[in-house]
Design a protein around this ligand. Structure first.
Ligand code: NAD
Length: 488
């Protein structure tokens, strides 16, 4: 299974005002190993008082951190990146222990990307232009005049960052790095399922010597608990959230009261369109990767595959063979999530699906049978309006449907409340350029999946999100322009 025998010895703790705290709050809850269902430890649950203290500490640090120089902030980002790298194996162990994901994934994607997030923003800070406009301008009541306008950016203030369990450190640092780089102070809450690497990050940030209170970490649940206390807090100036669309709606309702700006990375039901002129091997192998990496628990994973009719049967047969051949895959994050995914397997059959591969719970004959694995599953035969084709499952499931024309493929891909990512497989260059911009998604990959350049805009349209993150886009969200006009 590629797991560390030692697992992870991290004891999750809140980090508030420069202190690690495990006491107080409203007790603790068990941390469950998704691979075998055993209890590995416990996680402290923050109450309102701890959230208040964290927001207060962040507010208190704003003056110092918000006015620090670009050099100071960039150097701090680099120290954090170095600190994660220095404890690389510990971070990998912790991520593997919390998520059950294959070690290779954590070691090649999750933790290196977390390091990369801090390095990228250290570098990007130096490339931020400030603008000026000098011209004769018409005045309103006092005649026209000559004026110099300059536009500078300032941090938003105290930022609440809420992240999910699927790529715990990667997605947390994807927001923490630009938020801190832009001079904000942060109160972060990782998913209750995956508290360990966030705790290690707090240790690294502590060692990196940021001003006390610049970064704070609280643990706990979301609705009616720490997550809600934080995002509804009047002392929070902005919210950056990654998670389910329904959670985004709940957070937005609370944020509306204080008109708190939000950046949302939400759910998806991502389509792949496979044209008959595609490189067959690339398209099949790419679809296996995009549907089943991390057992489908990546927001960018493909759950809907539309294949041109002339290659439909061959494509489905090959996809089925490869899905059945997958081994070494990790579990769903929790029993509840396993049950949700399995309920969709059953629903699909009730809706009339043909099960080409998987569709159940595997039996390994070892301790993994106590864990939360489900089989990689390929389905066909459902109508476009079936719930299994419309609702996000967030597991290793894809439904394959034939199409006849380019327009039909685009219409089917766009027939979704979501619009996060899409994949187009074709060797016809003109077709690629014709189709990609018409697909309603924030990110469209052609002949690849999940190739990421950290400078590019990342995010979804429709129910998949609000705003874009990545490179300059994150720094734009985490700061606001102020225009100053001087009559000369
Ligand atoms: P989730 O929405 O259940 O939880 C995410 C976080 O929000 C957790 O930390 C949780 O404690 C917190 N939370 C829950 N309810 C809250 C509330 N009412 N107020 C404040 N905080 C609350 O999501 P999840 O199950 O952890 O993650 C899976 C989901 O995340 C999927 O829908 C997936 O598509 C999405 N996702 C999106 C992206 C993206 O970039 N678009 C990336 C990864 C995951």
């Amino acid at each position: 299974m590629g797991r560390s025998a030692a697992g992870s010895g991290v004891k999750p703790a809140h980090y508030v005002g420069g202190e690690f705290v495990r006491e107080g709050g409203v007790g603790s809850f068990p941390l469950v190993d998704p691979v075998d269902g055993s209890v590995r430890g416990d996680v402290p649950e923050a109450d309102r008082a701890i959230v208040d203290a964290a927001v207060g500490a962040a507010r208190g640090a704003l003056g110092v951190w918000g006015s620090s120089s670009v050099e100071e902030r960039a150097a701090a980002m680099r120290r954090i990146a170095d600190g994660i790298e220095a404890r690389f194996e510990e971070f990998v162990d912790a991520e593997v222990a919390d998520t059950g994901k294959p070690r290779e994934l954590a070691a090649t994607v999750d933790i290196p990307r977390a390091v990369g997030n801090f390095r990228a923003y250290a570098d990007l800070l130096y490339g931020r232009p400030e603008r000026s406009y000098s011209t004769a301008v018409p005045g309103w009541s006092g005649g026209s005049g000559q004026a110099l306008n300059y536009t500078t950016r300032r941090p938003l203030g105290v930022v609440a960052i809420i992240s999910p369990w699927n790529l715990p450190l990667l997605l947390l640092t994807w927001k923490v790095a630009p938020a801190l780089a832009a001079g904000n102070t942060v109160v972060a809450k990782p998913s209750e399922e995956t508290p360990s690497t966030a705790t290690l990050l707090a240790e690294v940030i502590h060692e990196a010597g940021l001003p006390v209170g610049a970064f704070n970490l609280i643990h706990g649940h979301g609705a009616g608990a720490a997550g809600e206390f934080l995002t509804a807090h009047e002392g929070v100036d902005a919210i950056a959230f990654t998670g389910e669309s329904a959670t985004g709606s709940a957070i937005m309702r609370k944020a509306a009261e204080h008109i708190t700006p939000v950046s949302f990375e939400l759910g998806g039901k991502n389509p792949a369109i496979v044209f008959a002129d595609a490189d067959f091997e690339d398209a099949v192998a790419g679809t296996v990767r995009s549907a089943f990496t991390h057992s489908g628990q990546i927001c960018l994973c493909t759950e809907r595959v539309y294949v041109e009719r002339s290659i439909f049967d061959a494509f489905v047969a090959e996809l089925g063979v490869r899905a059945r051949a997958l081994t070494g895959y990790g579990p769903m994050i929790s029993a509840a999530h396993r049950d949700k995914v399995v309920s969709y397997y059953r629903l699909a059959v009730d809706e009339g699906a043909t099960v080409v591969a998987g569709g159940g719970v595997p039996s390994f004959g070892d301790e993994r049978d106590g864990g939360f694995h489900v089989e990689p599953t390929v389905l066909t035969g459902l109508a476009q309006n079936a719930r299994t084709v419309q609702e996000e499952v967030f597991g290793p499931i894809c439904h394959v449907m034939p199409f006849d024309t380019e327009d039909e493929a685009i219409a089917l891909a766009n027939d979704s409340r979501y619009g996060l990512a899409a994949t187009v497989w074709t060797t016809d260059l003109s077709r690629a350029h014709r189709v990609a911009p018409r697909v309603e998604a924030g990110i469209v990959w052609v002949n690849c999946w999940n190739l990421r350049d950290l400078r590019t805009p990342f995010g979804g349209i429709k129910a998949s999100g609000i705003g874009r993150e990545g490179g300059e886009y994150s720094l734009d969200f985490f700061s606001e322009p102020v225009n100053i006009c001087i009559k000369i």
